[in-house]
Design a protein around this ligand. Sequence first.
Ligand code: FMN
Ligand SMILES: CCCCCCC(=O)C(=O)O
Length: 389
Amino acid sequence: MAKHWADFQYEIYLQGMTGSVPRLPTDLTRLEELTEQRLGQGPVGYVAGSAGSGSTAAANRAALDRRRIVPRMLRDVEQRDLSVEVLGRSLPAPLALAPVGVLSIMHPEAEPAAARAAAAQGVPYILSSASSTPMEEVAGAMGDGERWFQLYWAKDREVTASFLARAKAAGFTALFVTLDTPLLGWRPRDLDRAYLPFLHCVGTANYFSDPAFRAGLAKPVQEDPQAAVRHFVGMFADPAKTWPDLAFLRENWDGPIVLKGVLHPDDARRAAEAGVDGVVVSNHGGRQVAGSVAAADALPRVVEAAGDRLTVLFDSGIRTGDDIFKALALGARAVLVGRPYAYGLGLDGQAGVEHVIRCLLAEFDLTLALSGHSRPTTPSADDLTEEAR
Ligand SMILES: Cc1cc2nc3c(=O)[nH]c(=O)nc-3n(C[C@H](O)[C@H](O)[C@H](O)COP(=O)(O)O)c2cc1C
Ligand SMILES: CCCCCCC(=O)C(=O)O
């Protein structure tokens, strides 16, 4: 019998009988404020922040909130199975942790703690190439947990090739190539504090530990960390890239390739023509283009364009179990979550991330059942209604 994630609910109530309550709130929208109280405005401003005045991040939420579930009754939802196949793997639930860079600003145990949490709960962890920890160390912390690797596609081919070779050797099975960050978006909350977190982890970070990256530095990282950060900012991404360049990645990576940051149906069609395996419909949590289409509004058209040629994943704005339901009903195969787990990490390390995963999936399991479904693959547009804007 499949695991019922909703059992977490009664676990909490039963623990309450012995006088204990959860260490973190079960309403995950409260985590940002608590993390800011604990860690201060610099790090939390970076995580919470978004492009421009925040219009895209707000639109992401509005697009999910505007869609309302129309629950169905008397459909036998006693035995539920949340498992779903994604990129040739069977996942216990349609959820993965999104790539989030520089997690050492949230917690000293950083990415290894988040990766251990994902592995403990059985959900895939997508490691950011802008991680504050070398990828081999993160992989080592995960046991046999499902590990996927996110690539910022560097200007320098040697650096990209080195990252791909290291990721392969460290057991990462799928490659997520982020397309929406050829340049860093305009982020006033960070600009006003001149806060770019990379100087805070220059001694340890994945980039700065890479032999090909180091080869491009005039001086060792420790001797001139500011020059190392400047070099990183200039080469971590490449605004000159175009679709034919994908051939290089295909030649150098033999596992599944997923393009992260696709919003236009024509780009989904190009992705399919380029022979990649999937796309993430995402606007980077509203951190790149202010005034952009909300990710949930872009999702149905991308799903239609993808047909059965691409696995379509979704992120940007997922905060609750009902958000997951809505994304699946709009056609996503599974979702990624970003900021909530970063806050969970900031507040309680690995346990905080596990709390976030368990809350999201318990609430999703309940939403699914209470809406008349037993499998994550059956919700459809027919289960949603859309309120006027
Ligand atoms: C602090 C932070 C760092 C991020 N770093 C990366 C990254 O290194 N690579 C990447 O592809 N996306 C990165 N993202 C974007 C996430 O992968 C994801 O698209 C986004 O957080 C989803 O929106 P949500 O936070 O509303 O769930 C980052 C997001 C945040 C908040
Ligand atoms: C030079 C900055 C690289 C950005 C890496 C982290 C990221 O994606 C983010 O959204 O922040």
